[in-house]
Design a protein around this ligand. Structure first.
Ligand code: NAD
Ligand code: IPM
Ligand code: MN
Length: 368
């Protein structure tokens, strides 16, 4: 049997910096666990635009469709701010999500004990936190038509459309209920059914999927604004949160701060099963290209490394190896290693991206 295939799209800014550390982790699994991957690399985002004039070529898109999993670093940056909207780096990522039909974006927010004091909230509120936001990723206001900037009388109007079909809500709800069954068996669905018709439909469909096929899972509904408040007030009340594309984007950035830093949060974007039974999948950190620290060796590689752990679990059926990697991360944090984004206390010297990578590899070695 051939090795499973991985396509690495490191992208822009700190993307390539954090991905270099992930490459070393992938190599470690090949050398030490005989878990070998056929790895190829390509360009996405601004890097692809610089070379090809487009943030994602058709060839790269075809490669992404053909591999077992894609690992993505980050896209975007100030250099590309004034580009035409259609070729902005972010369009490359959105095309991957849309064309691979990656409708279910799992964004876990887990607070490692060693970082509980670093969160902007009190230790009590975040210690032991372990929740997952399931963000719908291929529809909603990100993709709805009509959209654009149009002339209306003597001024312009900017339009985006929130649009959800029943089947789109149905499938992401199912993925949330399935996930909840493997965890705390609780789903909270968030929308704004008080002001949006799409929210009314969202609530109805989630409830119907629940009543028909997942009555054993505890389901609650919350308006997304109240959900944001509850996430800051007492996040441990949640297990799985399921929500739309835009609310999920906002809520997951907020959830990131519960864990200490955006540099800690991984994600998995999953679609329907392929012929080999594996889901179509793209793994990426929640954070962006961090232009303010790019090129300085300061970036925290943990979000990207934990995204690879999610790939081991969700694409390659290697849950134990994923846990090994997560434990290695937990150990280096417990040992006091901190990249600059995790420095709160005075007198602690930050380590570089590479040093954090070194320490995680050493912890992996120790786990053998
Ligand atoms: P960002 O996530 O890039 O940065 C926000 C803040 O968090 C910055 O201060 C940054 O230094 C810090 N940060 C983020 N990741 C970090 C890490 N691994 N280690 C240490 N610090 C980290 O968000 P932004 O500044 O709003 O966006 C910058 C660019 O990235 C924009 O072009 C945006 O569109 C893009 N972006 C891309 C993705 C993606 O590729 N998935 C996600 C979000 C934003
Ligand atoms: C994310 C990012 C993306 C989004 C951008 C870069 C397209 O913020 O992955 O959270 O808005 O989905
Ligand atoms: Mn975002």
């Amino acid at each position: 049997m051939s090795n499973p295939s991985l396509l690495i799209l490191a992208g822009d800014g700190i993307g390539p910096e954090v991905m270099t550390e992930v490459r070393r982790v992938i190599d470690w699994y090949g050398d030490k666990r005989d878990l070998k991957f056929d790895v190829s690399e390509d360009l996405v985002g601004g890097a692809a635009y610089d070379k090809h004039g487009t943030p994602l070529t058709d060839e790269t898109m075809a490669k992404a469709q053909a591999v077992d999993a894609v690992l993505l670093g980050a896209v975007g940056g100030p250099k590309y701010d004034n580009l035409d909207f259609s070729v902005k780096p972010e369009r490359g990522l959105l095309r991957l999500r849309k064309e691979m039909d990656l409708f279910s974006n799992l964004r876990p927010a887990q607070c490692f004990d060693a970082l509980a004091d670093f969160s902007s909230l009190k230790r009590d509120v975040v210690a032991g936190l372990d929740i997952v936001i399931v963000r719908e990723l291929t529809s909603g206001i990100y993709f709805g038509e009509p959209r654009g900037i149009f002339k209306e009388g003597n001024e312009r109007v900017g339009i985006n459309t929130q649009r959800y079909t029943e089947s789109e809500i149905d499938r992401v709800a199912r993925s949330a209920f399935e996930l909840a069954r493997k965890r705390g068996n609780k789903v909270c669905s968030m929308e704004k059914a008080n002001v949006m018709e799409s929210g009314i439909l969202w609530r109805e469909v989630v409830q119907k999927v629940h009543d028909e096929d997942y009555p054993d899972v505890e389901l609650s509904h919350m308006y997304a604004d109240a959900g944001a408040m509850q996430l800051c007030r007492w996040p441990k009340q949640f297990d799985v949160i399921v929500t739309d594309n835009l609310f999920g984007d906002l809520l997951s950035d907020a959830a990131a701060m519960l864990t200490g830093s955006l540099g800690m949060l991984p994600s998995a974007s999953l679609g329907a099963p392929m012929a080999n039974g594996r889901p179509k999948a793209l793994y990426e950190p929640v954070h962006g290209s961090a232009p303010d620290i790019a090129g300085q060796g300061k970036a925290n590689p943990i979000a990207c490394i934990l995204s690879f752990a999610m790939a081991l679990r969700y694409s390659f059926d290697q849950g134990d190896e994923a846990t090994r990697l997560e434990n290695a991360v937990e150990k280096v944090l417990a040992d006091g290693l901190r990249t600059a984004d995790l420095i709160g206390e005075e007198g602690v010297q930050p380590v570089s991206t590479r040093e954090m990578g070194d320490a995680i590899l050493a912890a992996l070695d120790e786990s053998l």
